[in-house]
Design a protein around this ligand. Structure first.
Ligand SMILES: NC(=O)c1ccc[n+]([C@@H]2O[C@H](COP(=O)([O-])OP(=O)(O)OC[C@H]3O[C@@H](n4cnc5c(N)ncnc54)[C@H](OP(=O)(O)O)[C@@H]3O)[C@@H](O)[C@H]2O)c1
Length: 332
């Protein structure tokens, strides 16, 4: 097995602050040590992968590197009794694709503690349509459903055409929540209404920069993926006892807000960190995604590319131009 060669994306430093990407052959023995060797069937593209693939040291410190924070495939070798050759598994989060060789490759080798058995009801391909984006959306929805009932009012989803946003809309719609979507892509209105968005706001409409401490409370909950002024406006516009989840910063890492939504309306701001989600909760979320939370339109939410087709998708996601999810066929 050690001599087995496989195809992988390799990102290299090609000059001062300049990085290049190519698809090349690697050998299994070059993979990091780990208890479980997985032959990857499918991976998926997330915003973080694009950062890693373009030399962002906040995500990946050392190059050459193979990105890919998501992988789903079949166990080839295992030194841990919890997994056997032939098992179908999902590997996402932890250090995969950050500083550990990732899923944009036909093999990954990882600690057994990172591996989730594929739940019944989900194919390997479907698990990567969700990928980290869908998993994060589901963690956000989980936090909302604990405190906000479907009939309580509308849920706002920001960055709505993106991976996390589109998955959140699809899951919430399936659970009977009415949603409004914030999007910078007017051309994606049909896509968003197809996911169940009852109302679509432009980014300008979702941004109120007057500095007022509170705005009219119109949302019962918010799934935010962008941060900055849009998140601040959403918090100020959340009604009594509303729940706001926050997972991303594509607009800004800043949050220009005061305490009034929290102390006058009892609004909760819940941080979502999929990377370090505990294994028991991780399995619980995957179980929901495989069963009653699985959106009817799941298989239409992703476009499929090969390793060679990833290049232009990476450029597109970096420009905020993706609509829905991108899955990568390896040995699928
Ligand atoms: N905390 C976690 O565990 C976790 C996990 C996964 C992802 N994330 C983070 O969540 C965020 C979204 O991830 P993703 O995979 O969904 O990315 P994505 O597919 O690129 O989607 C992001 C979406 O945000 C919108 N957007 C882009 N630039 C914007 C700007 N300047 N201002 C306002 N909206 C903008 C765009 O949607 P519209 O054109 O429709 O507005 C874009 O499609 C990223 O910051 C990512 O790092 C965090």
């Amino acid at each position: 097995m050690a001599d087995t060669t496989f195809r992988a994306m390799i990102v290299e430093e090609s000059g001062e602050k300049s990085f290049s990407r190519r698809i090349a052959e690697r050998r299994v023995e070059q993979l990091p040590d780990g208890e479980v060797l997985v032959r990857v069937s499918w991976s998926s593209l997330n915003y973080k992968d694009a950062l890693s693939a373009s030399g962002n040291r906040g995500v990946t410190k050392k190059y050459p590197h193979t990105p890919g924070i998501d992988a789903a495939g079949i166990v080839e070798e295992s030194r841990n009794s919890a997994f056997r050759p032939g098992d179908k598994v999902i590997v996402t989060s932890y250090d995969l694709g950050m500083n550990t060789s990732g899923g944009f490759a036909e093999y990954v080798r990882v600690p057994a503690a990172w591996v989730v058995p594929l739940p019944d009801g989900l194919s390997l391909r479907e698990s990567m349509i969700y990928g980290t984006a869908g998993f994060t959306a589901a963690m956000s929805v989980f936090a909302l459903t604990e405190r906000v009932a479907p009939g309580a009012g509308q849920i706002l989803v920001t960055g709505a055409t993106g991976g996390v946003g589109s998955m959140a809309l699809a899951i919430l719609g399936g659970l009977g929540y009415s949603c409004a979507a914030v999007s910078g892509k007017p051309e994606a209105a049909k896509f968003l209404s197809g996911l169940g968005a009852a109302r679509i706001l432009t980014r300008a409409e979702a941004t109120e920069g007057s500095g007022k401490p509170l705005l009219k409370g119109i949302w019962s909950g918010v799934v935010d993926t962008v941060g900055g002024e849009i998140l601040a406006t959403a918090l100020k516009s959340t009604d009594m006892q509303g729940v706001v989840t926050c997972c991303g910063n594509v607009a800004s890492p800043e949050l220009p807000i005061n305490v009034f939504p929290f102390i006058l309306r009892g609004v909760s701001l819940i941080g979502i960190d999929s990377q370090n989600c505990r294994m028991a909760h991780r399995r619980q979320i995957w179980q929901k995604l495989a069963t009653d939370w699985k959106p009817e339109q799941l298989n239409q939410l992703a476009k499929e590319v090969s390793l060679d087709g990833l290049e232009k998708e990476i450029e597109l996601i970096l420009r905020g131009g993706q609509v829905g999810r991108v899955i990568v066929r390896l040995n699928g």
